[in-house]
Design a protein around this ligand. Structure first.
Ligand SMILES: Cc1cc2nc3c(=O)[nH]c(=O)nc-3n(C[C@H](O)[C@H](O)[C@H](O)COP(=O)(O)O)c2cc1C
Length: 344
């Protein structure tokens, strides 16, 4: 059974023009969507070229946790989101890259008590770079997983593009499974991030990359609601409700579970309690790759489909993707006393 999704950052550790790092990091991230993978984790590519940190110029060591630079605060916020990391490192002069070491040196608590996996590449698989990184990671309080990937410049690349041999794919998947397992195991050691946040440091949760899938999911969900109401079919209406769906009723009750809700919907639909109505998506946001939050309006309409003063409500829905299907995890509907006309 899949538990919580584990968020892993795949950090591309080179910023050179024509670097191989990005292609390697892309290949690591592709693991999350390949068939046969138990997607217990999400992989997010973090490109140090985009992060664009200056060379460390913080007055206080990272261990103190007081960051004077805006760039460090942004980096802290980004790194702090993840449960574990994969460091993609080239080998430069038998060590890791300066840019990756600099990025690690900027922070402390954000890395601590989290697992890290390593993907090295070079003429000898980048193993010397990874050995150095293991020492740095240990000092930061990270748990370095044993399985690692060692890509050879001659055998695992097509020019600058990562084209690894089959055994490297297996090594990558073993490494990722190890990072995900330890991310879950180490979770109790990490303090909940509940300290008050200074103004301006509040995160924006919306993930633009996740928005199209979330919008599709909400559209499908609303189509099911509409079909259910049009045919007075509660089973069709509740078709995408999860077994443990939670619902805040307009009468102040919390309803828990498909069975309870479906029984109520069957009764209401048999009584034709609500007039014909039309559903309209007002707003969708995707705070995480597998989560959609939607505000949906339900408006009573007459035989010509025109809004009437009858029953109208606004509802908030939370949908979650599980094994490539989206399910309703929670909902709350609120009647609106004065029906407003739908925008034309
Ligand atoms: C400054 C520098 C030093 C390097 N030193 C090594 C080395 O010690 N061992 C090795 O296997 N490859 C070494 N290489 C080759 C790199 O591993 C190879 O160019 C790799 O593609 C660099 O990663 P990047 O393209 O993502 O920056 C070195 C490359 C550079 C630029």
């Amino acid at each position: 059974m899949r538990t919580r999704t584990i968020r892993l950052a795949v950090i591309a550790g080179s910023t050179r023009p024509f670097r191989r790092a990005h292609s390697v990091a892309d290949w690591v991230c592709a693991a999350a969507s390949e068939p046969g993978q138990d997607r217990a984790y999400d992989l997010t590519l973090v490109d140090l070229a985009e992060v664009d940190l200056p060379m460390l110029s913080e007055p206080a060591p990272a261990m103190v946790g007081q960051y004077a630079q805006e760039t460090t605060r942004r980096w802290s916020e980004l790194v702090g989101r993840f449960d574990g990391y994969v460091l993609v490192s080239p080998e430069y002069n038998h060590s890791t890259s300066a840019v990756l070491k600099n990025a690690l040196d900027h922070l402390y608590a954000e890395w601590r008590d989290k697992p890290v996996g390593f993907v090295g590449y070079g003429t000898d698989g980048g193993v010397r770079a990874v050995e150095h990184l293991r020492l740095v990671a240990a000092e930061l309080g990270m748990a370095g997983v044993g399985p690692q990937v060692a890509l050879n410049l001659f055998d695992d690349f097509d020019g600058q593009s990562c084209a690894p041999r089959t055994r490297q794919v297996e090594a990558r998947d073993r490494m990722l499974a190890g990072v995900a397992r330890w991310a879950e195991a180490l979770r109790p050691l990490r303090p909940a991030r509940s300290a008050p946040v200074p103004d301006g440091d509040r995160p924006i949760l919306a993930d633009p990359a996740a928005y199209p899938a979330a919008t599709d999911a909400v559209e499908q969900f609303v189509t099911a609601l509409q079909g259910g109401v049009d045919s007075s079919d509660a089973d069709r209406f509740d078709h995408l409700f999860a077994a443990d769906v939670m619902w805040g009723s307009p009468y102040g009750r919390t309803l828990a579970g498909f069975t309870e809700l479906n029984a109520i919907h069957r009764t209401l639909m048999a009584r034709q309690a609500a007039p014909p109505s039309r559903f309209e998506i007002v707003r969708v946001t995707a705070p995480a790759p597998d989560v959609a939050v939607a505000h949906v309006r339900r408006q009573a309409v007459d035989a010509d489909g025109k809004a009437t003063d009858g029953f109208s409500e606004m509802a908030m829905y939370v949908l979650v993707e599980r094994d490539r299907r989206w399910w309703l995890a929670g909902g709350q509907n609120t009647p609106i006393a004065q029906a407003q006309p739908l925008p034309s």
